[in-house]
Design a binder for this molecule. Structure first.
Ligand SMILES: Nc1ncnc2c1ncn2[C@@H]1O[C@H](COP(=O)(O)OP(=O)(O)OP(=O)(O)O)[C@@H](O)[C@H]1O
Ligand SMILES: [Mg+2]
Length: 267
């Protein structure tokens, strides 16, 4: 494993320390303006943190940097207190688009991360198959993605994200394409999985209710380039129910969150 940095704070699952990032312009020599500038962020172990902000502000970019698909021009990104020469493979990542391969069966899709690690087919299957029941996917292993409902496809993607073995999961708008009822049951399902598996989850959403229901903290993009995200701590205990969202305190918090997002869109 290509570790290169010293441990800074072992309680942190993800840390950005003075990170500056901009995309390189493809066709001209001019660089784009930065998305992150001297950016700092700290995510604790076992936290559920939502990231919210208008379209194009840089939410998915933040995930691409954590995964190592993009590298900052300055600063350090630490996973579990370590810097790496390459962070690829250090976190579980469920990207914004459904990346199930239509020509592979559900089992073949699910075991892909293990295959990529060079694991033998039979051994990979023996690890993946017992998880199908836990993820509500009994009996679908020989079907193809086009045979599954939206919620089931998201559960296959989530199962696959878990197979990376990392304690850090990045979920980029996983439920945005689902109908309202399926979405609610998937949110409850995800919380149950998170409580059971003791992972750190970073979750991008545009949905304020979803962020309030799921998260310990909500981080808001308020400017571009951004140096730090504004933070809201969600003051309801676990185990949560949807009913908790209707208290006067939570309604005020929701209003406050919407105001902050409106402010940003108006800029
Ligand atoms: N590969 C890329 N090359 C150059 N610019 C990019 C690239 N990917 C994203 N961008 C730009 O970076 C900015 C942030 O994009 P990003 O995808 O992170 O936004 P987002 O907050 O995830 O938006 P959305 O809510 O619509 O998913 C946008 O202006 C986008 O056009
Ligand atoms: Mg995005």
């Amino acid at each position: 494993m290509k570790r290169c940095g010293q441990q800074m704070n072992s309680n942190l699952a993800v840390e950005f320390a003075n990170v500056t990032f901009r995309y390189k312009q493809q066709q001209s020599n001019m660089d784009q303006s930065p998305i992150l500038k001297d950016f700092n962020l700290q995510i604790n172990n076992n936290e559920f943190v939502s990231i919210i902000g208008p379209s194009g502000c840089g939410k998915s970019t933040l995930f691409r940097i954590i995964t190592g698909l993009e590298e900052p021009e300055q600063g350090n990104v630490l996973i579990n207190g370590q810097t790496y020469q390459s962070r690829l493979g250090q976190v579980g990542y469920m990207p914004q688009q459904d990346l199930l391969m239509p020509w592979r069966t559900i089992l073949e899709n699910a075991k892909l991360p293990l295959e990529l690690k060079g694991m033998k087919k039979e051994y990979a299957e023996s690890l993946v198959l017992p998880l199908f029941e836990e993820f509500g996917l009994n009996g679908v292993q020989d079907k193809y993605p086009s045979d599954l409902s939206g919620g089931m496809k998201q559960r296959v993607s989530f199962l696959r994200t878990n197979l990376t073995g990392s304690n850090v999961l990045l979920l980029d708008e996983p439920f945005s394409a689902l109908d309202a009822i399926t979405r609610l049951s998937m949110q409850e399902w995800l919380l149950a999985q998170w409580e059971k598996r003791k992972k750190t989850v970073l979750f991008i959403t545009h949905d304020v209710d979803e962020a309030l229901f799921l998260s310990d903290r909500i981080l808001i993009f308020t400017e571009t380039p951004v140096a730090s995200l504004r933070e809201i701590v969600v003051p309801i205990n676990r185990q949560r129910s949807l009913h908790d969202l209707h208290s006067p305190e939570m309604i005020d918090l929701k209003q406050n969150l919407i105001e902050q997002l409106r402010l940003k869109v108006a800029l």
